[in-house]
Design a protein around this ligand. Structure first.
Ligand SMILES: [Cu+2]
Length: 344
């Protein structure tokens, strides 16, 4: 009997058919399968930090005594202090805030000596306020100045010398960078890559950890950078090098905990869940502080056709067509049996 379908196709196309089918099969199933099996590199999404809100507002009166009232202001490291400057006098005054922490300026200095100090060391703020008017000075303090004091003076000649000075005192518990992460019942942190971009150290980081499943976990950050922990030895390691934070995440979906800690410097800090067996099942992540996280690829999926699948399929299909064309022209396939030659 004869193959009606094959007879309708021209001989070159009939010869090429197996190559085309093979190319289509590979393009259709091969690459997505490879992606699903993780044969190609991928990485989870990154959680990026942002600065926490924590601004403080204060009013500072300037008088002709001459003096500042009050003489001290309180701020938080890692936040902005907004000072409302009100000149209650008949003379101009300035709010000039020293850039040098914990250095007390000497009232016996001449006005020229005071000016040269600020010329050499700079100032965090320098605002002149005319008599009877007011102005604002907004000063951002980085996270490293907790516990420090900065002196402010009026640089109008002889006002500082007559007592017009004061201090900004900064609390150490100031907010820093805010991050969020989630724990899951499939022993994972989502995201498993956190990034905090900063150039100020030490840096306060607050991570809000939310449990999306029922199991209890911990959010535990290694105390050293660029150390790769092992499920077999992390207990011993932490005994020797205590973690920066070891925050228990309560069981139950929606439970949250703040993991607040201070990183001493830039680097990659690994974090894990210390609940027995969780790290061994892959519950770990990496916090990139002041260094760029690795480039991210979209997670592999068979549900979404990604650009590299389309490109790869196209390449394979083109190869199949080329092979088919070559086979056709070169006549590498044996001719199909001639109709009637063997069936009579
Ligand atoms: Cu866990």
């Amino acid at each position: 009997m004869t193959d009606a379908r094959a007879r309708r196709l021209s001989p070159p196309l009939r010869r090429a058919l197996p190559w085309l089918v093979a190319a289509l099969l590979v393009a259709t199933f091969g690459l997505p399968t490879a992606a699903a099996l993780g044969a190609l590199p991928s990485a989870p999404a990154i959680g990026y930090s942002h600065a926490e809100k924590g601004n403080t507002t204060a009013t500072l009166n300037m008088t002709d005594a001459p003096a500042f009232s009050p003489r001290s202001l309180n701020g938080s490291a890692g936040s902005t202090l907004s000072v409302h400057l009100v000149n209650q006098g008949a003379y101009p005054h300035s709010f000039t805030l020293s850039k040098v922490p914990n250095v007390v300026l000497n009232p016996s200095w001449t006005p020229a000596r005071l000016d040269s100090f600020f010329a050499e060391n700079g100032s965090l703020a320098n605002v002149s306020v005319a008599p009877g008017s007011s102005s604002w000075a907004n000063v951002s303090f980085n996270s490293s100045v907790g516990g420090d004091s900065f002196e402010f003076v009026s640089t109008v000649p002889y006002q500082f010398q007559a007592g017009m000075w004061g201090f900004v005192n900064l609390t150490a518990s100031g907010p820093g960078l805010l991050l969020m992460d989630n724990t899951t019942d499939s022993y994972s942190f989502v995201p498993a890559v956190l990034a905090a971009n900063t150039s100020h150290y030490p840096l306060v980081i607050d991570v809000l950890v939310t449990n999306t499943g029922n199991l209890g976990h911990t959010f535990t950050v290694a105390g050293q950078t660029n150390v790769t922990l092992s499920p077999a030895t992390f207990t011993t390691y932490f005994a020797q090098f205590p973690p920066l934070v070891n925050a228990p995440v309560p069981g139950g979906a929606g439970s949250t905990v703040w993991a607040n800690f201070t990183v001493p410097g830039p680097g990659v800090y690994q974090y894990i869940c210390t609940v027995s067996g969780h790290f061994a099942n892959g519950m770990t992540g990496f916090l990139y502080v002041g260094v760029a996280p690795p480039p991210q690829a979209a997670p592999p999926s068979t549900a979404v056709v990604e650009s590299w699948v389309l490109v790869g399929s196209g390449v394979l299909l083109a190869f199949g067509i080329l092979a088919a064309t070559f086979a056709t022209l070169a006549g590498r396939f044996p001719s199909a049996p001639k109709d009637g030659s063997k069936h009579h």
